[in-house]
Design a binder for this molecule. Structure first.
Ligand code: ATP
Ligand code: MG
Length: 723
């Protein structure tokens, strides 16, 4: 309120306007990073509501992360001047879950179904393997789970998979795949993947439901379209119908979820599905300085699988990109934090202006340590998720069982937590009966014959456990979730249990407290059709949202996350750490040109998060899985022309006088050694076990190139391992 709102069209370039003003019919916006794709989506939504009388509830907007969904909601509210009540904005999973709650019965669930996380699903698969007499030692439940997940995301049903299964592993997968859906039904549960494929199934099989949603969602908008998989494509296609009021925006250079089934074909198939789709290209980048952008272009141009596009800088030049060599991961972390400290003081920046990105979550540890030493608050996005901690998982499992008494994974998790003398033998016996009688474990546990065959101590304990669950169940309809949790914690004497478990009980108790606080803040879903209980709502949110994400989004803190998680975001100052062979790109990428290209796209995503300053760092040594490993600078750095980056060393690295570092400083650049020798002679799988003699070979291909000469990619094959 207060200041008059500006016209959202103000300041848009002609191509952006063109996309925003598009009203009916399909549209595809293909454009590079920072060109305003997301802005086009939000502005268009606001226009549809303001100028075309579209009710917010007729709009479905899909984003890639919960955080992005929240930001989109906020941006739209700011443009409109009020909150868009009834609009569905969320990730595919959240939207799928919502739809599924409304039609749970048509896929054999009740609206209180549990969403199994990856561990739960793997647990269920493990038990199916056991049922078929397959030992988890021979066939890892995880690998089976991921094979099934791949199939599901490509919409290959169990029946079809069976026909395709040729080798023994695939045959085992097929056995389990067939049993999985009935088992999940019985547990009144769905997996993450089911949140996509069950809604697709419902829409395909129920013409009236499809019709109902097509009528409701007159406009569909999808951000980060390049990362959709087959199931998601089908979902959009079905809802879009013939009219195809679908606008998707994406950038094929930022497709980084191939490993999860994202399919670049979806972009090409969009115009096949809707041949009259309007195609818009945005060619101006508003986010980054030209220095950052040029680096991004130099990097991505090495990929072959591209549609190709133009991206012009619009901002003033700004600082050069820095490339910094450190001694080890601690030195690297200290450098980054020191740099943040300096820039914060001299450039008057807030901590939230800084993001530190990395390839793998494990890298956050040394960075977190350095931040803590400095007393800088930080936000860790999506790493060890809050909800993955043991104490949180335990309490959540109790809540899941309260919400859904058929949740067998939850039952197994907590029936003996805290220890009450109900061991594996007792649970196995229960499982046998549950299986035979086709009832959930909790039901089996109530049977008199079961009870009488237990030892008296176990019998009492089981009765108490059941009574507790029943009591909480009775109060769940009325009580708020934080009340339930408090009740639960008191009944279990959970604090004592934590103290008995180990010295870190204080931290864990704080976690429990913040779970309770978080529960108190959960408000009912606005516009929810199904009348979820507060408990159902809380559980769904907890399962779909990365825990840390939800806490404290506006605090002034440094952001730490993987490049995958950074998609769509922007920060004035960005650090990309760990640019070392075998880490980024990951070692396995060298075996597969397609994977190497995906890693490079990820690098492109990382670079293009930076608005004003980008710092790339690598370390000569890194602690990995408890071992010190030697490493060389990433092959991604090879193609970077000299003038584009400013090369530096950390103080420690400079004073150590290491060979690679003097090379690095520019001493022997390009002299004698060619790129081939660097990669030559049977490159090993892991860059981590390389010897000292190889670490001194910082050869910079770019150095032998004349300034201004086009950047080319010498012999793609040379960088792959030759066994
Ligand atoms: P990504 O591919 O990384 O998701 P994007 O294409 O979605 O990027 P946006 O996040 O929408 O890009 O926009 C990048 C930045 O540029 C934002 O800060 C946005 O507000 C700004 N921006 C977009 N269009 C304009 C414009 N016409 N004038 C000024 N700033 C703009
Ligand atoms: Mg975007």
């Amino acid at each position: 309120a207060g200041a008059p709102r500006r016209d959202p069209l103000d300041g848009l370039n002609p191509a952006q306007r063109d996309a925003v003003l598009h009203v009916d019919g399909p549209a595809l916006v293909l454009a590079g990073a920072g060109s305003g794709k997301t802005r086009v989506l939000t502005t268009r939504i606001a226009r549809l509501v303001e100028h075309h009388g579209v009710d917010p509830s007729q709009i479905l907007a899909v984003t890639f992360t919960n955080k992005a969904a929240g930001e989109m909601r906020e941006r739209i509210a700011r443009l409109l001047g009020y909150a868009p009540v009834g609009m569905w904005v969320g990730t595919f999973h959240a939207i799928g879950a919502r739809m599924l709650r409304a039609h749970a019965h048509s896929v054999g669930r009740t609206p209180s179904f549990t969403i199994y996380d990856e561990d739960d699903t793997t647990g269920a698969i493990k038990r199916l393997l056991e049922r078929h007499g397959v030992s988890p030692k021979d066939t890892s439940p995880k690998s089976v789970a991921s094979a099934i997940s791949d199939a599901k995301n490509q919409l290959v049903p169990a029946s079809e998979y069976d026909g395709l299964a040729k080798d023994p592993f695939a045959k085992t997968v097929s056995l389990v795949f067939k049993d999985l859906e009935p088992a999940m039904r019985q547990a009144n549960a769905v997996s993450f993947d089911d949140l996509l494929i069950l809604p697709v199934q419902i829409l395909r099989e129920n013409a009236h439901v499809l019709e109902q949603y097509r009528k409701r969602f007159r406009y569909i908008l999808v951000d980060e379209y390049q990362d959709t998989n087959r199931a998601q494509f089908e979902f959009v296609r079905l809802l879009g119908g013939e009219s195809g009021n679908v606008m998707v925006v994406g950038d094929e250079d930022q497709s980084v979820y191939g490993w999860r089934g994202a399919d670049i074909r979806n972009i090409l198939d969009f115009t096949k599905t809707w041949p009259d789709a309007k195609v818009v290209r945005l060619e101006e980048n508003y986010r980054s300085t030209p220095n950052v952008l040029e680096l991004a272009n130099v990097v991505i141009v090495e990929n072959k699988e591209r549609l190709g596009k133009t991206l012009r800088a619009t901002r003033a030049p700004g600082e050069r990109v820095s490339l910094v060599g450190a001694l080890d991961d601690r030195d690297e972390a200290d450098y980054v934090i020191e740099e943040i400290s300096t820039r914060r003081a001299t450039e008057h920046r807030l901590l939230r202006d800084f993001a530190i990105l990395y390839r793998t979550n494990a890298q956050s540890r040394s960075l977190e340590e350095a931040l803590r030493k400095r007393g800088f608050p930080y936000r860790l996005v999506g790493a060890v998720r809050f909800y993955d901690r043991r104490e949180i998982r335990d309490l959540m499992a109790y809540l899941k069982l309260v919400a859904n008494p058929a949740d067998n994974e939850a039952f197994r998790r907590v029936v003996n937590v805290p220890k009450r003398g109900i061991g594996d033998t007792s649970v196995d016996m229960l499982a046998g009966i549950a299986e035979r009688e086709r009832v959930p474990l909790l039901e089996a546990a109530r049977r008199p014959d079961v009870v009488s065959s237990l030892r008296p101590a176990a019998r009492t304990a089981l009765a108490e456990f059941i009574a507790l669950v029943d009591r909480l169940r009775a109060s769940a309809a009325e009580a708020s979730v934080d009340e339930l949790l408090r009740d639960l914690v008191a009944a279990l004497k959970y604090g004592d249990h934590l103290k008995a478990e180990g010295p870190d009980w204080k931290d864990r108790e704080l976690n429990v407290q913040s779970l309770i606080d978080g529960a108190a803040e959960t408000v009912a879903d606005e516009g929810g059709e199904v009348g979820l209980t507060p408990l159902d709502h809380f559980l769904q949110k907890a399962t779909l949202v990365a825990g840390v994400d939800a806490l404290d989004a506006n605090a002034d803190a440094v952001t730490l996350m993987t490049m995958h998680n950074a998609k769509g975001l922007e920060f004035p100052v960005v650090f990309i750490t760990g640019l070392e062979d075998g880490l980024f790109p990951l070692a396995r990428a060298y075996d597969e040109p397609a994977q190497l290209e995906e890693e490079r796209r990820l690098f492109y995503v990382g670079i293009t998060r930076a608005e004003e300053k980008l710092v790339l760092t690598h370390a000569e040594q890194r602690l990995r899985n408890g071992e010190r490993m030697q490493s060389r600078p990433s092959g991604f750095l090879d193609g970077i022309p000299d003038g584009l980056v400013e090369r530096r060393m950390t103080m420690k690295a400079r004073s150590s006088g290491r060979a690679f570092l003097s090379d690095f400083g520019g001493g022997r650049r390009g002299g004698g050694r060619d790129a081939g020798s660097r990669w030559g002679g049977g490159r090993r799988e892991r860059a981590w076990d390389d010897t000292d003699e190889q670490t001194s070979s910082w050869t910079d291909r770019a150095a032998s190139r004349r300034p201004g000469a086009p950047v080319s990619f010498p012999a793609g094959g040379a960088r792959r391992s030759t066994p």
